[in-house]
Design a protein around this ligand. Structure first.
Ligand code: ZN
Length: 276
């Protein structure tokens, strides 16, 4: 599943190249998770702004004039990838959205079709507003201080690992990054979120930021083609301390790494180094 670093690397792969280009045509393939919400022909002639990211969504502004706030909200779902193709080959059976411009075609390939491209009259208008309203703060937002992160954890009684995955306290800590950040911070994944002390919350936030920053670096350096959305997590996994390493020695204490299923996701941890 594409995680936040892959989505950010994807965004960087086309944002600058397409900013200022005009939509020549929009082509749809099979239905995605939600309908586009506008006739594709209504988008022709609009000018693309610079793509932004919020959580795992990409917002692509489209303007008829300076005051226009409309755009497309895109999500890669479970298996989606975006590529900027110039020239674009004929769409294949899993290519379900094409945005054609003079600077190339932005194409969504999504075999499982949990991804989406949805039109909204503005980022704060429906359906974008509801989809984005559930998201917690961005990991690198300076306003997300350790104190605010700790306060958000205090509101939740679920295991800290589940709270990280929910994205309510901070977005972006997908399964690999949540496991690794908890290991780095020395926190047991089953510890109740409201029992994480203030200093441990500060260490955890720093660890989440470090793991995501490292994945972004790996994604940026290993992705020759940004449509390979699994590049960042794949490269990150290769150097993971606990993720995917059940039974192997913990890099800190050499005790075997354990695996438990929590919320239908595999959780990897060291019972010796990560305390409740
Ligand atoms: Zn250990």
């Amino acid at each position: 599943m594409p995680e936040l670093p892959e989505v950010e690397v994807t965004r960087r792969g086309f944002a600058t190249a397409l900013a200022g280009a005009r939509v020549q045509a929009v082509r749809l393939g099979k239905p995605l998770r939600w309908p586009l919400g506008i006739a594709p022909s209504a988008l022709a002639g609009l000018e693309l702004g610079e793509a932004q990211r919020r959580g795992k969504y990409i917002w692509l502004p489209l303007r008829a004039d300076a005051d226009d706030a409309q755009g497309l909200l895109m999500h890669l779902g479970m298996s989606g990838s975006l590529a900027l193709l110039d020239p674009a080959p004929e769409p294949g059976p899993h290519d379900h959205f094409d945005l054609v411009t003079a600077r190339g075609t932005l194409r969504l390939n999504d075999p499982r079709r949990f991804g989406a491209v949805v039109w909204a009259p503005g980022l704060h208008a429906e359906p974008a507003a509801t989809l984005l309203a559930r998201l917690g703060p961005e990991p690198f937002d300076a306003e997300l201080t350790p104190a605010r992160f700790h306060a958000a954890l205090q509101q939740r009684r679920a295991p800290i690992k589940s709270v990280l995955l929910s994205g309510e306290a901070v977005v972006g800590a997908g399964n690999i990054y949540a496991c690794e950040a908890l290991f780095q911070a020395g926190i047991h994944p089953l510890l109740r979120a409201d029992r994480v002390s203030r200093p441990r919350a500060a260490r955890l936030l720093a660890a989440v930021r470090e793991t995501l920053a490292r994945a972004l670096t790996l994604g940026g350096s290993t992705l020759r083609d940004f449509s390979d959305v699994h590049g960042a997590s794949g490269a990150y996994q290769a150097e993971a301390a606990v993720y995917g390493r059940e039974g192997q020695p913990c890099p800190r204490c050499a005790a075997p790494v354990r695996r438990r299923v929590l919320g239908q996701r595999s959780t990897f941890f060291c019972a010796n180094c990560q305390r409740r």
